[in-house]
Design a binder for this molecule. Structure first.
Ligand code: SAM
Ligand code: SF4
Length: 337
């Protein structure tokens, strides 16, 4: 562990981890209401003036890329496709030198229409969330009858070349935990790369239950009956997903086991919320306000200094298994997964 924070350079923390992957939440609003994420009635949304404007977002990303060594920018939300300025933001980020890789995590609604524009703006690839192949289940799980829109969004992303298209699936006991093999067959048939995500205690309703959570071990056990899974020879690095080759490859399947197989020691992520707060971790209980500094006239060096200070304080791990674990006040939809 290091005692002294470097005064310039990359986003390093006291455990020596360097954050190169920036997740930017563009809005806390969403057109779905996934039960593991939001209550049916939605949430008290951020007010307009609280949100960063497009120019403010672009400026902070520029600071991250030019001064702080960020090489990967992932847009998320809420639902990032509902942000009107999205294509312009992507284009501005794609024009940065050095150009970061640019991706988007989305529920896919409207992506069939937007994919060509986003691709032309410079978006490299997408992750689309899809937890079930059954339209009625989808409607229960997300509280909106939009299954066909998500399938169209996936197809549109692939057709526009936003590849590899990755599919994120969260399994819930008694809801969709019988679908692991079917989701993998679907992904293989379409050339998408499927990743299961263990459900995390980040829902606004605080309904997460460790005992009810479907674990990575259970997901893998459900898959091995139908598929030969072998170790993926590609180096995992800081990627959150542990991956396996399916039936000898090249297709792969991944599991993001944040709860049962935490990967905090290799984490390279830093997060910016839609209202301009830096978070060192999904589960952080502290945030660092860049919006206030930016609007008070801070120059780029000062913004970079504050961002470095925020990341220096990153904790060693999320501590979900610790009896003293406290769920962060900000829910997943307002952090960005
Ligand atoms: N709306 C977009 C979407 O759904 O892809 C982007 C934001 S969403 C918060 C990002 C990812 O977080 C999605 O893949 C979603 O399934 C996942 N997610 C949301 N709540 C979660 C939870 N409690 N545990 C695990 N994953 C969660
Ligand atoms: Fe919306 Fe994504 Fe949360 Fe579902 S997981 S409610 S799509 S933000």
């Amino acid at each position: 562990m290091n005692a002294t924070q470097p005064s310039d350079g990359v986003l390093v923390d006291r455990y020596g981890r360097v954050a190169r992957d920036l997740r930017v939440s563009l809005t806390d609003k969403c057109n779905l209401r996934c039960t593991y994420c939001m209550p049916a009635e939605g949430l008290p949304w951020l007010a307009g003036p609280e949100l960063l404007g497009d120019d403010e977002i672009i400026r902070l990303i520029r600071v991250a890329v030019r001064q702080l060594g960020v090489t990967e920018v992932r847009f998320t939300g809420g639902e990032p496709l509902i942000r009107p300025g999205l294509a312009g933001i992507v284009a501005a980020v794609a024009a940065l030198e050095p150009r970061p890789r640019i991706s988007l995590t989305t529920n896919g609604i409207g992506l069939d229409r937007l994919a060509p524009t986003l691709r032309a703006a410079g978006l490299d690839r997408v992750n689309v969330s899809l937890d079930t192949l059954d339209p009625e289940r989808f409607a229960r799980l997300t509280r909106r009858p939009r299954h066909a829109d998500v399938l169209a969004g996936l197809a549109g992303a692939a057709a526009a070349g936003l590849t590899p298209v990755k599919v994120n699936a969260v399994l819930m006991r008694g809801v969709n935990d019988d679908e692991a093999p079917a989701l993998l067959r679907f992904a293989l048939a379409h050339g998408y790369e499927l990743r299961f995500i263990e459900q995390m205690p980040l829902d606004a309703q605080h309904g997460w239950d460790r005992a009810a959570m479907v674990t990575a071990d259970e997901i893998l056990a459900a898959l091995v009956g139908g598929f030969a899974l072998t170790a993926d020879p590609t180096e995992r690095g800081p990627a959150p997903a542990e991956t396996w080759l399916v039936d000898g490859g090249p297709a792969r399947v991944g599991v993001i086991a944040s709860v049962t197989r935490p990967f905090c020691g290799d984490c390279d992520r830093t997060r910016l919320t839609a209202d301009g707060q830096v978070r060192a971790c999904l589960f952080a209980t502290e945030e660092s306000d860049l919006r206030g500094a930016l609007r008070a006239g801070a120059d780029d060096d000062e913004l970079a200094r504050r961002w470095r200070a925020a990341m220096w304080g990153k904790r060693a791990g999320h501590g979900i298994d610790d009896p003293t674990f406290l769920q962060p006040a900000r829910p997943m939809s307002a952090i960005g997964g």
